[in-house]
Structures are given as C-alpha cells and as structure tokens.
Write a protein that binds this ligand. Sequence first.
Ligand code: URA
Length: 199
Amino acid sequence: MEKYRQRCRDFFSGLWPAEEKVLVFGEGQSDHPPVMLIGEAPGEQETLQRRPFVGKAGKNLDGFLEAVALRREEIYISNVVKVRPTKVSARGSVSNRPPNREELALFTPWLREEILLVQPRLLVTLGNTALHALLGDGVTIGQLHGQTQQATVRFSGSEGTFALFPLYHPASIIYNRALQAVYEEDLRALRGVLDAGGR
Ligand code: URA
C-alpha cells in the first residue's frame, strides 16, 4: 500500500501545488479483509487526525461494527475522495460539502486501484457517493440498499468482480430518523451475508 500512497501523494501535490491538501488514506486490514468499507470523503476530524471515520463519524462506525460483530482492525476502511471537500461561508467559516464532479473524477480511479490492491471479500458502500463510484449514476441507494450486488472494478488492464453490499450513509440516518429501522434491518442482512460467507 505504501507505494500506492506515495504515487497518490505525488499525483495530487503535482496537481494542486499551491494548496496543502491533506490526503486521508484508507486504513486497517489491507490483505483480503472480510469487508472494505467505503465512505464519501474525510471531514474535519479525519483531516486533523489523518484517519478515516474518526470523531463523530467514528462513533457511527462503532455502532456499525457492533451490529455486524466485526472489529475495526479486521476490516479495511476508506473513502472515495481522500481530501476534505470544504466550502467557506460569507462570514468565513469553513464547513464540509459533498465532493464535486472534478473531485470524484480525480479520485475514483484511485479507489478502483485501491480495491484491486486490497482484494476485499465484500465491498460495503456507505451512501450514494460510494455506490455511484462503483456502479455508476444510474442506480440509487434507495433502490439497492441491503441487497448484494456485483461490481466489476477495472484499473489499468486489471479487473476484478466483487460482491458489493450498499448501505445508507450512517450520517444520513441522523438527518432522517425514518431510515433508522431500515438501516438496522440492512445491518442484519449484512450480518447474514457475512455468516453465509463463513465470516
Ligand atoms: N468520515 C469519513 O471518513 N467518511 C465519511 O464518509 C464521513 C465521515
């Protein structure tokens, strides 16, 4: 993984020489983990600590891990976009925003390569951004959540087909309480998928 990271750093520092953007890479078990979890992009805490899913998002992740009976260190955790997308208000305060088209186009090939390096037994996408990065914009999380899909991942002459289990993004549950029961049902289904695979 270190070579991948170094190439990624070189690529983005060449692309955005004036800006000191912090890249937040994936972490965890990077050799055939039972699950590779893919979020959208790092936020403020992730950028400060240079780790995905820490702070408030990390608390959500703990709930997820408990529900599916997995430990953080036995899975691999990453994001589609590896820099924090921000906007600045008229008053000058900085906040998160969804990744834009340019960021998605730049980072998606790096995600594909990362998946082919890690070779997870199951991809778990959180929310629409990660789902679209792997299955295209023609599907939505509302249609596919909780149902195992197949994703063919291609990068530079290599190719792999992976089982993909789409989940709502845990942050969206906070803003839409009605999704809570659906999300919990999806987590039970995911546990069933992991059990069926002997994990
Ligand atoms: N933190 C992350 O690392 N990714 C997300 O998608 C949300 C919060």
